[in-house]
Design a protein around this ligand. Structure first.
Ligand code: NDP
Ligand code: 8X3
Length: 256
């Protein structure tokens, strides 16, 4: 019989657990018996998640862009949540879909601060403990936007390309430590992602998913759960997942 890891032995840190993929992954692990540290900026949603899932979920309000706050919060975790074996660095956002010459520089700054620097802070604060304990797993939410170009993807796609290369470089650094690294690269997942991208414009966001059979947060949570509960000698480096209705096809040609 193929032996997956027992989720009850796992402590999982999830950034961006107040919504979408992070919230679904928190539910997937907690309902399977894991201990989950759920983070994000919206404390009310974290409390609601704890009320839903019980004391196996530890809510931790923190902004990943604030390295000092993040490091202090993780250092002060209750003992039963302190030995993290899975770090799901998922918090992230796209802002804007304008071409580069019309994009807001402040949007680019926010994406870099969150998707790149926040992710690095998360990893740097948790990696030494996992290496010391001789096992662990770092999981990133990359994106197909880091693999393929599309109009308006400019800085967002570039942040996800950073995540892809950083995850591969981490694998190189961590060989022999027992710490695994996985970059999951989803296509279109129906979450609050587009609402955030369009600065709260619900009708624009709805149009992104209208008439599609997009991926759901639960689809991605299930795949992460599979990667993380695979036997410890198995490292799934990258997992690129499209909804069946979406493809990477299409070079753009402007015509007269
Ligand atoms: P959501 O908007 O539903 O969730 C984003 C999460 O990130 C929220 O929990 C939000 O929490 C958190 N977050 C954002 N900024 C910060 C911050 N500064 N500090 C802490 N948490 C933060 O979108 P998704 O679930 O779709 O997005 C999750 C990840 O998946 C992102 O990295 C995104 O780029 C990636 N992705 C999404 C795809 C999609 O089509 N939806 C496809 C491919 C990748 P809060 O606001 O409470 O802080
Ligand atoms: C989110 C997927 O295609 O909207 O990373 O950029 S996409």
């Amino acid at each position: 019989m193929y032996r997956m890891l027992d989720p009850a032995t796992l402590t999982v840190l999830i950034t961006g657990a107040t919504s979408g993929i992070g919230a679904a992954t928190a539910r997937r692990f907690a309902l399977a018996g894991a201990r989950v540290i759920a983070t994000g900026r919206r404390a009310d949603r974290l409390i609601a998640l704890r009320d839903e899932l019980g004391p196996r979920l530890h809510p931790l309000e923190v902004d990943v862009r604030d390295n000092a706050a993040l490091t202090a919060a993780l250092a002060a975790l209750p003992a039963e949540f302190a030995a993290i074996n899975i770090v799901f660095a998922n918090a992230g956002l796209a802002l804007g879909l304008e071409p580069a010459h019309k994009a807001e520089l402040s949007d680019w700054d926010d994406m870099i601060d969150t998707n790149i620097k926040g992710l690095l802070y998360t990893v740097r604060a948790t990696l030494p403990g996992m290496v010391e304990r001789g096992e662990g797993h770092v999981v990133f939410t990359g994106s197909i936007a880091g693999d393929y170009a599309y109009p308006g993807g400019n800085a967002y796609g570039a942040t996800k390309a950073f995540v892809k290369q950083f995850s591969l470089n981490l694998i190189a650094d961590l060989a022999g430590t027992g710490v695994r690294v996985t970059n999951i690269e989803p296509g279109m997942v129906e979450t609050e992602f587009s609402l955030v991208r369009f600065h709260g414009d619900a009708s624009k966001s709805e149009r992104v998913y209208a008439g599609t059979d997009s991926l759901t947060s639960e689809d991605i949570a299930e795949q992460i759960f599979f990667c993380c509960t695979a036997p410890r000698h198995v490292n799934i480096n990258r997992l690129q997942v499209f909804p069946t209705c979406q493809t990477f096809a299409g070079f753009k040609v402007e015509r007269d």
